[in-house]
Design a protein around this ligand. Sequence first.
Ligand SMILES: NC(=O)c1ccc[n+]([C@@H]2O[C@H](COP(=O)([O-])OP(=O)(O)OC[C@H]3O[C@@H](n4cnc5c(N)ncnc54)[C@H](OP(=O)(O)O)[C@@H]3O)[C@@H](O)[C@H]2O)c1
Length: 242
Amino acid sequence: MATLMGRKVVVVGGSSGVGLGVARAALEGGAEVVIVGRSPEKLAAAERALATDGRARSLAADMTKERDIARMFEEVGALDHLVSTAGLLPPDEPIDRAEMEVVRSFVDNKLIGAVMLAKHAMRALTAGGSMTFTSGINKDRPPVPGGAVVAAIAGSFSYFARALALELAPTRVNIVSPGWVDTPMWDIVGEAKAGFFADMAARLPAGRIATVADVAPAYIYLMESEFTTGETLRIDGGQSLI
Ligand SMILES: NC(=O)c1ccc[n+]([C@@H]2O[C@H](COP(=O)([O-])OP(=O)(O)OC[C@H]3O[C@@H](n4cnc5c(N)ncnc54)[C@H](OP(=O)(O)O)[C@@H]3O)[C@@H](O)[C@H]2O)c1
């Protein structure tokens, strides 16, 4: 296993939720971390929350804009590991009500953004480097109705990683697939969150909903494991089994 000590890790989506947890874990492992997101306010708050000895900094960039991605990698310079947890709430309309613009903007953000990150990161990654992207439980257990689009996108990440791992070898490319994780993404459901979570926790083999601290070590493992590539690592408390 390699170590993250002294390595430079870029976490796109690092201003919140899972990405912020990955940034924290990478810092604990001795890395230098750059967190990336669109909102400068969220980035500033995350930097304060990380409160490091100058090993964390932030850059505002929108991964749906290629010029932002290019500028971001120019400012970062050489890096050892790219992680992306960036994502938006998926569209949840049944297919007969799917609106092209809504679907397109989700695909643009989640999938095309990842493709463009890979395109620009490969030029900047050092030998032994890796890329880790994020899919999710909805490919294994899609909500019905309304889960078809997110299942298609989440599922495609595994095949993206397998093909890219071959194309970019020896750079490693992997996916983390979380189950439900208690993050700000769920704030949208307001008070209903506690009920959703209690119901899911009762059904999960793990018996509880994940925190970001449950999921972040998977990203650290995939960065450090020199022999894991093209893999999708489920961290879902058994949610894909039920
Ligand atoms: N939480 C769950 O239960 C769960 C379950 C399965 C899969 N996932 C997946 O896990 C990933 C992380 O989710 P989370 O719960 O940590 O969400 P979150 O707390 O809402 O964080 C999402 C992060 O992505 C950034 N982001 C969104 N769009 C971006 C863009 N176009 N360019 C750059 N940054 C962007 C956000 O910052 P800005 O808004 O400032 O850009 C934020 O830092 C997502 O891909 C999600 O689909 C989550």
